[in-house]
Design a binder for this molecule. Structure first.
Ligand SMILES: *Cc1c(COP(=O)(O)O)cnc(C)c1O
Length: 384
């Protein structure tokens, strides 16, 4: 939706707006990849587990990938049996294994010891789930180690050399790896597959499935030939299902955070605008000190302004942006490309309400979620 239309049609602020047409655009790229390579595509719901998004995605994907019991329950409610549910997490609790194995079609255990725990439960139960192993291929591609599943002393995935030296390979039904963050090309995937092929060779043919994880900007990568060739070969050589599970590449471009300027003043000679939102509505801004994109920013604009949130924290700042005219109290601003990992991490620090949530199809806009004081009160008033 165009930014001015969005500002004109959203009646409240702050607001998180999801553009269905952007999600559909991304899903159609994934459907194209699936048609050309015969891979299976799952939506990783942790990036934005909004039921409206899951309902929209479900007819374009083969299922959902989940990280916890609650995500598995929600995925199951939405899919009603019409698709796969893949789980991987370091945190499987002993008291949840039975329910997880009945909700999920596939579980990638995070370690050899977790595999033994899960397998001991599933052997005794009539479980549907296909149990595999998340491996750590020990190939790092991320510069920031907070995003790098293959960092030193990583907690994510069984060390590939330990897997090869154990008898586990004969017991697992599938392999999973997820090693990149927002990768703009398939170089890491092809290098990782080279390593796996060298180390595992024909043993891959004993598996039912291979899950290549998420982390690639599938929706934005121009040249997909390397991916398509690789998946086609894997399927031909080893006769296995090959799965991808993107989150950001489904919803990343579809999310907007609309905010309103509450106050403007100068501080040490710089213009400050306080907004009716805060970094608590998009915590990655503070966590990773990353400035979100703003629709109104013009690099040539002659009015620089520091956009700040409304909480007590001095560092609650989105960043400095440039405008073509001075900002005024009441002006609306729109941060963009916040579909993934923004709303799902939002919190009510300082007692500020969460943003209202809207969906748009590019023309109409509809309110789908509104929190009130009742929700705030339920969170903090003891009731047991
Ligand atoms: C987070 C995650 C994904 C999705 O990652 P995106 O960067 O959003 O595509 C997929 N698989 C696993 C195991 C993950 O941890």
């Amino acid at each position: 939706m165009n930014i001015q239309a969005l500002k004109d049609s959203v009646p409240s602020s702050p607001a998180f707006v999801v553009d269905e047409s952007e999600i559909l655009k991304a899903l159609k790229v994934l459907v194209m990849l699936r048609d050309k390579s015969a891979c299976k595509v799952l939506y990783s719901i942790k990036s934005l587990p909004l039921s409206a998004v899951m309902m929209l995605a479900k007819s374009y994907v083969d299922g959902f990938s989940v990280s916890s019991l609650f995500e598995a329950r929600l995925a199951n409610e939405i899919l009603t049996g019409q698709g796969s549910i893949h789980l991987t997490t370091p945190g499987i609790r002993p008291d949840e294994v039975a329910e997880l194995t009945s909700l999920c079609t596939h579980i990638s255990c995070n370690s050899i010891s977790q595999f033994r725990q899960v397998a001991s439960v599933t052997q005794s139960k009539a479980s549907q789930a296909s149990i595999g192993l998340r491996i750590n291929p020990k190939l790092s591609f991320a510069e920031d180690e907070r995003y790098d599943p293959c960092r030193k002393y990583s907690k994510l995935g069984a060390d590939i050399s330990e897997v090869l030296n154990s008898d586990i390979f004969n017991k697992i039904k599938g392999l999973h790896f997820h090693t990149v963050f927002s990768a703009p090309d398939y170089v890491p995937l092809l290098q990782t597959m080279d390593k796996l092929r060298q180390l595992m060779g024909n043993q891959l043919a004993n598996l039912d499935w291979l899950n290549l994880g998420g982390g690639y900007l599938f929706d934005q990568i121009a040249d997909n030939s390397g991916f398509i060739e690789q998946v086609t070969q894997l399927k031909q050589e080893f006769n296995i299902d090959v799965i991808i599970e993107p989150g950001n590449a489904v919803v990343g471009k579809a999310g907007y955070l609309l905010a309103t300027v509450l106050d403007c003043f100068n501080s040490d000679g710089k213009a400050i605008a306080v907004l009716d939102t805060s970094v608590n509505h998009n915590p990655q801004v503070f966590e990773y000190q990353r400035q979100p994109e703003l629709a109104e920013h013009d690099p040539e604009g002659i009015y620089p302004v520091i956009l700040a949130g409304s909480t007590c924290l001095a560092g609650d700042i989105f960043g400095e942006y440039c405008f073509n005219q001075p900002l005024l109290v009441g002006d609306k601003l729109v941060f963009k490309n916040l579909g993934a990992y923004s709303l799902v991490k939002a919190n009510r620090f300082n007692g500020y309400n969460l943003p209202d949530v809207y969906m748009t199809n590019g023309e109409q806009i509809r309110l789908i979620k509104q929190n009130t004081y009742v929700d705030y009160r339920r969170q903090w008033v003891g009731d047991v």
